[in-house]
Design a protein around this ligand. Structure first.
Ligand SMILES: Nc1ncnc2c1ncn2[C@@H]1O[C@H](COP(=O)(O)OP(=O)(O)OP(=O)(O)O)[C@@H](O)[C@H]1O
Length: 749
């Protein structure tokens, strides 16, 4: 610093009078922003290096050319040492000063550049202060002096220019951020500067750059906050009215130069410039604020509407159909907190933050007033827009990532479930494998229904009730939790591994395996028994409604199930739903109220809707028969008929189901017990159909398994008995037969 001071002074002393140094710039395109990294004023030598290293080769070569010209004029005979010294100093020595350093080594090659053939230095250690003497020593010509003076002027003006710009920049910054650290460096310049009389005083708000005079050296004083202090600076009156200046991309200094204005106008122009900048910043912030306010308003309105209507993000069209919202795209019920509008507290916090950051001395009355004013205008606009913009992006970013993450999260009664994969989908539902608290795996069924359709609401309520009723029954998936809200139903259930339809599909081309059929038939009937024993008709039994949970088949989905008192009782539906392939004829045949002659309704004169369908426990048995049939022959009984014909075929008693003794593969013989069971399940008359208990006791599910030895022994005993007894009565034969059969019971599986 002192070095810098010293050289500055030397230089001015070299000027002779030291006054009214014109502010000039060699390079109008100087990027003063580069200077931001330098703390404190640049050293002259740095500046010299920067001048050459700026990348402007033209500028550098011009400068060197001028040096060389001066050299040539000064010393046409011995051109070597002096300019080379300058050149190397400029290029190489950040510590040295262009005119201050004494160099004895005149053969320094910097950056492999050829040594300059000219010099303004001698080898005797004369420094820049003595340049004029030096010049006189070698050549007293006035032309040389003016040349050297010109160069010095140029450097001085460059330095001055940079310094002013730094001051302007720091002043600009101060206007936005309040006094910053750099202020102290500015102050230290001022304190150390012996040319304090030639000050440029910057006022704190950055808008007033005032000066008494500009001369050889420009120093800055500490920004003055107190209004009384500002009196100390009396700006000279502007030559013109600059209030309508259009700066374009120019800063005040560039403007000054462009319009060839005297440097004394710089403070006035700067004032206008900063005022305009401030106004621009304010407007940008206001725009930003108003748009964020709009968003806030919209969100608030949106939330209000939703809470008032007790609805959620689902959108209905006029025909009352829910817009299908895929859970993949985010559940409407999920509250994405990252998108919640900022509340008043957060805004207040932001204001506080801004106040803290602004770091304005609190004891200053004006500043306090400004603070209040800024707060009342919502002080989001108090900071630099660029800075704010960056901050805004930072806030926005997590929303994206959050959105992605939250798409996998579903909240049911305040418990979060993370989606793992989709297990299956039904008519109006999707079922997901989810991870819940404690990393436990569940099945989450999400059903969209018309919340304004009473029957569907009741239907789903019924399903939940049935699942709850059957809770803890071993053959029904366990319902852990549910949430029914605004057209969406969430069921958190026990998770199965596969459903029966998947199992059947994978075994489709496998050889006929009676054990497999027996096993799954039994599993299926066990499930149906639990349902029927609870007085419930499922009425939509199909392979997809059975899932294997830890090796056990369990029943899911009671969507259209109904509670009925006993096997013989039917219920009457006003809607025909179910899966045609597995539906019993009675569930398909439309009845009108004249046709209804049902035991359970004889005593009632109740009018029934015109189109009704009769379903009862036997309907489930029919469905069961269809599934059995599919396991044996690969497809349900009427699957050969397409579309409408299938329904007609099921309803038509003349369309008989064929029970082949051979499977589709041809080779295998279908066991009689199995054939018999299928026939019993697929009897058209529901009243004649077998029940679940009968199926469970059927010889197919309870076959007699005896050993070869048992058969041999039986035959041997029968022959021996016949040989000994010449006459055996019919009663005796019956008795013996029953005895054998009773013994066989023990061999039933
Ligand atoms: N608890 C569960 N565990 C494993 N998978 C399941 C579970 N619940 C349902 N699934 C799977 O999701 C599919 C559809 O489920 P579900 O049958 O309950 O839906 P739905 O809308 O009632 O279908 P539909 O109305 O057509 O009967 C099932 O076929 C099964 O593959």
């Amino acid at each position: 610093m002192s070095k810098y001071k010293h050289h500055s002074r030397s230089r001015i002393q070299g000027d002779g009078d030291g006054t009214n140094l014109p502010i000039r710039s060699i390079d109008n395109n100087s990027d003063y922003g580069e200077d931001e990294d330098n703390i404190g004023p640049p050293k002259l030598s740095n500046f010299g290096s920067a001048l050459l290293a700026r990348g402007n080769d033209t500028g550098r070569s011009n400068f060197l050319t001028r040096l060389q010209m001066a050299e040539t004029l000064t010393n046409p005979v011995e051109p070597h040492s002096r300019s080379q010294t300058i050149y190397s100093q400029i290029q190489d020595s950040p510590q040295s000063s262009l005119f201050a350093t004494n160099h004895n080594n005149n053969n320094v090659n910097v950056n492999n550049r050829p040594l300059s053939m000219t010099t303004v230095h001698d080898n005797n250690g004369n420094n820049d202060e003595d340049i004029s003497k030096h010049s006189e020593k070698f050549s007293p010509s006035s032309k040389l002096r003016s040349m050297q003076q010109h160069m010095k002027d140029e450097l001085t003006s460059r330095y001055t220019e940079r310094r002013i710009n730094r001051l302007l920049l720091s002043s600009d910054r101060m206007s936005k951020l309040g006094p910053a650290k750099r202020t102290s460096s500015l102050q230290s310049i001022d304190l150390n500067d012996q040319f304090a009389s030639n000050n440029i005083n910057l006022q704190n708000n950055g808008s007033n750059l005032t000066t008494k005079s500009l001369s050889g050296t420009i120093s800055t004083s500490r920004p003055i906050l107190s209004p009384s202090n500002t009196d100390a600076v009396i700006p000279s009156a502007p030559l013109n009215d600059y209030s309508n200046i259009d700066f374009g991309d120019l800063n005040p200094l560039q403007y000054l130069k462009k319009h060839d204005l005297p440097s004394s106008e710089l403070p006035h122009i700067s004032k206008i410039y900063f005022e305009k900048r401030k106004e621009e910043i304010r407007r940008t912030a206001l725009r930003k604020h108003s748009s964020s306010k709009d968003i806030l308003l919209n969100r608030t309105r949106y939330i209000d509407e939703n809470s008032n209507n007790n609805s959620h993000t689902s959108i209905r069209n006029n025909s009352n159909n829910r817009r299908s919202i895929d859970i993949d795209k985010g559940s409407p019920i999920i509250i994405d907190r990252s998108e919640e509008p900022p509340n008043r507290n957060s805004i207040f916090k932001e204001q506080q933050n801004i106040d803290i950051e602004s770091n304005v001395p609190a004891n200053d009355f004006n500043v306090k007033n400004k603070k209040r004013e800024a707060l009342s205008n919502i002080s989001l606009n108090k900071r630099e827009p660029e800075h704010k913009k960056t901050k805004k992006v930072e806030i926005q970013e997590p929303i994206k990532t959050n959105t992605y993450r939250r798409n996998n999260i579903v909240r049911v009664n305040d418990v979060e479930y993370e989606r793992i994969e989709m297990l299956g989908r039904g008519g109006s539902s999707k079922v997901y494998k989810v991870k819940g608290p404690g990393n436990k795996v569940y099945a989450l069924k999400r059903v969209i229904f018309d919340e304004f359709d009473e029957s569907s609401v009741n239907g789903f309520k019924g399903e939940i009730e049935l699942l709850q009723k059957l809770d803890r029954k071993d053959r029904v998936v366990h319902l852990y939790d549910y949430m029914m809200d605004q057209g969406l139903l969430y069921l958190i259930m026990e998770c199965g591994d596969f459903d029966l339809s998947q199992i059947l599909n994978t075994r489709m081309n496998d050889p006929f395996d009676v054990s497999f059929i027996r096993y799954y038939t039994k599993e299926m009937i066990e499930c149906i028994k639990v349902v029927h024993d609870s007085g419930i008709v499922h009425s939509d039994l199909k392979p997809a409604n059975f899932v294997v949970v830890k090796g056990k088949l369990k029943i899911i989905d009671f969507g259209i199930a109904n509670a009925v008192p006993d096997h013989t009782v039917n219920i009457y539906r006003d809607t025909q739903i179910g899966t045609p392939n597995y539906m019993a004829p009675e569930a398909l045949i439309t009845m009108n109220y004249h046709d209804i002659k049902d035991k359970s309704r004889e005593d009632s004169n109740q009018k029934l809707p015109k189109n009704t369908w009769k379903v009862g426990k036997p309907s489930d048995i029919w469905s069961c028969g269809c599934m059995l049939y599919q396991m044996v022959y690969g497809k349900p009984p009427y699957a050969g008929f397409q579309g409408q014909n299938r329904l007609l075929a099921i309803m038509n008693p003349d369309v008989k189901i064929s029970f082949s003794e051979k499977t589709d593969h041809g080779e295998s013989i279908v066991p009689k017990s199995l054939l018999e069971l299928m026939k019993q399940c697929l009897i058209r008359d529901p009243d004649k159909r077998c029940t679940v208990n009968e199926i469970l006791q059927s010889s197919f599910l309870k076959p007699v398994v005896v050993t070869e030895f048992f058969i041999k022994d039986l035959i041997k005993n029968a022959v021996t008995f016949g040989a000994k007894q010449r006459y055996v009565s019919d009663d005796k034969i019956e008795e013996l037969t029953n005895d054998v059969l009773n013994r066989l019971e023990e061999f039933k599986m």
